[in-house]
Design a binder for this molecule. Structure first.
Ligand code: HEM
Length: 536
C-alpha cells in the first residue's frame, strides 16, 4: 500500500513528521525517540516498497478490508468459487486482497489465466508453503505441494515418464480387468454405485503403481493405511488452520514445549505418512528381490535406480517412493468424482444418454464393450466426457500457485509471494463462453467443436495435472462401457414419478457431487448377459 503513494505526498508527509518530532523532543525526549524509531521503520518500508514497485502501481481491484487483518473476514467460506465469481461484477476478472499479512490474487477468466499461468509461467508456478502439512507431517512427498525448483522438477519428470500420453495405454489391461469387476458389481448391487466407483479407482491405481491387488471389502489393509493418512490431512491440508502456517518459525519449537500440541499431532501424522509412502514401496522392493514382482510403475522406477554405491541413489529412491504415494493421493478419488458427476448428468439429461447409446450401438454393436480403438468413432461419448469435466469441477480452485517474483501486469503490481488461485469453476461457468453453463449439455461440444474445452479443470501452466491422460483414458473406458450396457435413471418418488436431480458440489480441495441416488439398470437381457460373461 505504502509503495503506491505518489512521491510528492510522501515528501510533504515526511517534512511534517520531522518538524513535529523536533517540536516534541523538547518536552518529551523518550516519546520522541520511540516516535523516531516508528518513523524510520515506516520510511524504510516505504523505500523498500518503492524499490519493488518503482512506478507506484496499484494492486488489482478487490476488497481492502481492515488494517492489519485485511479482508480476512470477507473471505467466503461457503461455495467460495461462486462467491468470487459474484465479486467479479464489482471488481472485474482479477481480484486482489490481503488477509492476515498474506496477498491473494483470484484469476477469474480464461484470458487472465493464459496471460499469467501460461505466458508468465516462469514466475507463477511456485506453491504457498505448508509448514504443518508438508514440513511437519511429511507430506512434502506430494508433488502438488512441492515448491517450484529442481526437487519438484525431478519428481515431475519421473512421474511424466510413466503417465504421459503415450505411456498410459500400457495400463489398459489393468483398467479393463477392474472395469469388468466393476460392471459386475454394478449389475448385482446397483445401489452401492458410490462404493463401487471408489473401489474401482483405488484398485486401478494400486495395481498400476505398485502391482498390488486390493480386496473389494472395506477392510483391505492397504486401503486402511491410505484412509488413515488422508484423514490426517483433513485439517492439516487446509493451509492456515494451524498457527505454524502463519508463523513458520514455530516449527522449530520442541514437542515437549508447553502449548506445542501441534508438534505432537505432527509427529503422529509423520508416522502415518511414512507408512503410506514407505510400506507399499518396500513391499514392491521385496517382491522384486524374490523375483515375484508384477509389472508396475514403482517396480520400473526401482529397476531403473542407479547402483547402490552411486551418490544420487538415496535421492532417486526417495523420488520413486514419493511418486507411488502421490499417484494414489492425487489420482485415487479425482477421476471417481468425475465419473459420479457423469452419472448424475446422464440421469438428468436422458436425451444425451440416448444419443450416446445410439452412437455406441451403431459403432460397436451388442456383443462387446467399446475400447480405446473405438474412440475416434464415438464423438458423442467424447462430448459427454468434455461436458462432464466442464459441468462439475473436481478441483474448483485447482491447487493454489504462488508468485516467485514481483510482477507488473496490465497496470497492476503483483508482489512476490502472492497466492494465485485460478478459479476454474468461474472460468468454466463463464456465460460469455458457455450458454446456460449450469446445464449438463454434451450437445454444446458435439454440435460446436470450437466450444472452449474444459482444459482448466486440470489446472494451469507448468503445474497442470500430469495425471490427466491416465484419468481421461480411464474415464472413456468407464463411461462408454456403462452407457453400452446400462440405463442411468433418476430415482422414483413414492408415487412412481422421477425425482428431480440437481448438482450440488461439496466444498474442499477435491469436490464431489453431494450424495444422490440414481437407478442403474441393464438396458436389456442381452446387455446383462454380456456383463455376466465378462472375464473378471
Ligand atoms: C478427473 C481427474 C483429475 C483432475 C480433475 C485433476 C486435477 C488436477 C489439478 C487441478 C491439479 C493442480 C494443477 C495446478 O496447480 O494448476 C492437479 C495436480 C496434480 N495431479 Fe491431477 N487431476 C486428476 C487426476 C489425476 C490423476 C489420475 C493423477 C495421478 C495418476 C493426478 C496427479 C496429479 C499430480 C501429481 C499433481 C501435481 C502437479 C504439480 O504440482 O506439478 N491427477 N490435478
Amino acid at each position: 500500500m505504502l509503495s503506491q503513494l505518489p512521491l510528492q505526498e510522501v515528501s510533504s508527509a515526511v517534512t511534517h513528521a520531522v518538524n513535529y518530532l523536533l517540536s516534541l523532543s523538547e518536552s518529551y525526549p523518550y516519546l520522541s525517540y520511540a516516535g523516531g524509531a516508528v518513523f524510520v521503520a515506516i520510511v524504510t518500508r516505504w523505500l523498500a516498497g518503492r524499490r519493488r514497485n518503482p512506478r507506484g502501481l496499484p494492486y488489482p481491484p478487490g476488497p481492502r478490508g481492515l488494517p492489519f487483518i485485511g479482508a480476512y473476514y470477507e473471505i467466503p467460506q461457503k461455495k467460495p468459487w461462486a462467491v468470487y465469481k459474484e465479486w467479479s461484477k464489482k471488481h472485474g476478472d482479477l481480484i486482489f486482497y490481503k488477509a492476515m499479512g498474506h496477498n491473494y490474487l483470484i484469476v477469474q477468466s480464461l484470458n487472465r489465466a493464459n496471460d499469467l499461468f501460461d505466458k508468465r509461467s516462469a514466475i507463477y508456478s511456485d506453491r504457498p508453503p505448508q509448514p504443518m502439512a508438508a514440513d511437519l507431517m511429511g507430506w512434502s512427498f506430494n508433488i502438488g505441494w512441492q515448491p517450484y525448483g529442481s526437487w519438484w522438477r525431478r519428481h515431475r519428470k519421473a512421474f511424466h515418464e510413466h503417465f504421459n500420453v503415450n505411456a498410459v495405454a500400457k495400463y489398459d489391461p489393468i483398467q479393463t480387468k477392474e472395469l469388468h469387476r466393476f460392471l459386475n458389481r454394478l449389475l448385482r448391487q446397483p445401489a452401492g454405485f458410490v462404493d463401487h466407483i471408489h473401489n474401482l479407482f483405488a484398485a486401478i491405481i494400486m495395481k498400476t503403481v505398485y502391482g498390488i491387488t486390493i480386496s473389494s471389502d472395506n477392510n483391505d489393509p492397504w486401503m486402511l493405511t491410505i484412509f488413515e493418512s488422508l484423514q490426517s490431512m483433513v485439517k492439516a491440508g487446509i493451509p492456515g488452520l494451524y498457527l505454524v502456517d502463519h508463523i513458520p518459525i514455530l516449527k522449530y519449537i520442541p514437542s515437549w514445549f508447553p502449548g506445542a500440541e501441534f508438534k505432537r499431532e505432527a509427529e503422529k501424522g509423520m508416522k502415518i505418512t511414512n507408512k503410506l509412502v514407505v510400506k507399499p514401496y518396500e513391499a514392491v522392493k521385496e517382491s522384486l528381490r524374490k523375483g515375484e514382482a508384477e509389472h508396475s510403475v514403482v517396480a520400473a522406477l526401482i529397476s531403473d535406480l542407479p547402483p547402490e554405491n552411486d551418490p544420487t541413489r538415496a535421492e532417486e529412491e526417495k523420488i520413486a517412493a514419493d511418486i507411488g504415494a502421490v499417484a494414489y493421493v492425487a489420482g485415487g478419488d479425482t477421476t471417481g468424482s468425475a465419473l459420479l458427476a457423469c452419472l448424475l448428468g446422464l440421469a438428468m439429461n436422458p436425451d444425451a444418454q440416448k444419443k450416446a447409446q445410439a452412437e455406441i450401438d451403431a459403432c460397436v454393436g451388442p456383443t462387446r464393450l467399446p475400447d480405446a480403438s473405438d474412440r475416434p468413432s464415438l464423438p458423442y461419448v467424447d462430448a459427454v466426457i468434455l461436458e462432464t469435466m466442464r459441468w462439475h469441477q473436481v478441483a474448483p480452485f485447482a491447487i493454489a500457485h504462488m508468485t516467485s517474483e514481483d510482477d507488473e501486469y496490465d497496470g497492476y503490481f503483483i508482489p512476490k509471494g502472492t497466492t494465485v488461485i485460478g478459479n476454474s469453476w468461474a472460468i468454466l461457468n463463464d456465460e460469455s463462453l458457455f450458454e446456460n453453463p449450469s446445464a449438463f449439455n454434451p450437445d454444446r461440444y458435439y454440435k460446436n467443436p470450437n466450444t472452449t474445452k474444459p482444459d482448466t479443470t486440470f489446472g494451469y501452466g507448468r503445474r497442470v495435472c500430469p495425471g490427466r491422460y491416465f484419468s481421461d483414458r480411464n474415464l472413456f473406458a468407464m463411461i462408454s462401457a456403462i452407457l453400452a450396457v446400462f440405463d442411468i435413471l433418476p430415482p422414483l418418488d413414492e408415487r412412481g414419478n422421477p425425482v428431480k436431480l440437481d448438482l450440488n458440489p461439496t466444498e474442499g480441495l477435491v469436490s464431489y457431487p453431494a450424495p444422490f441416488s440414481v437407478r442403474i439398470i441393464p438396458r436389456n437381457e442381452n446387455a446383462a448377459q454380456l456383463v455376466r460373461d465378462l472375464d473378471h
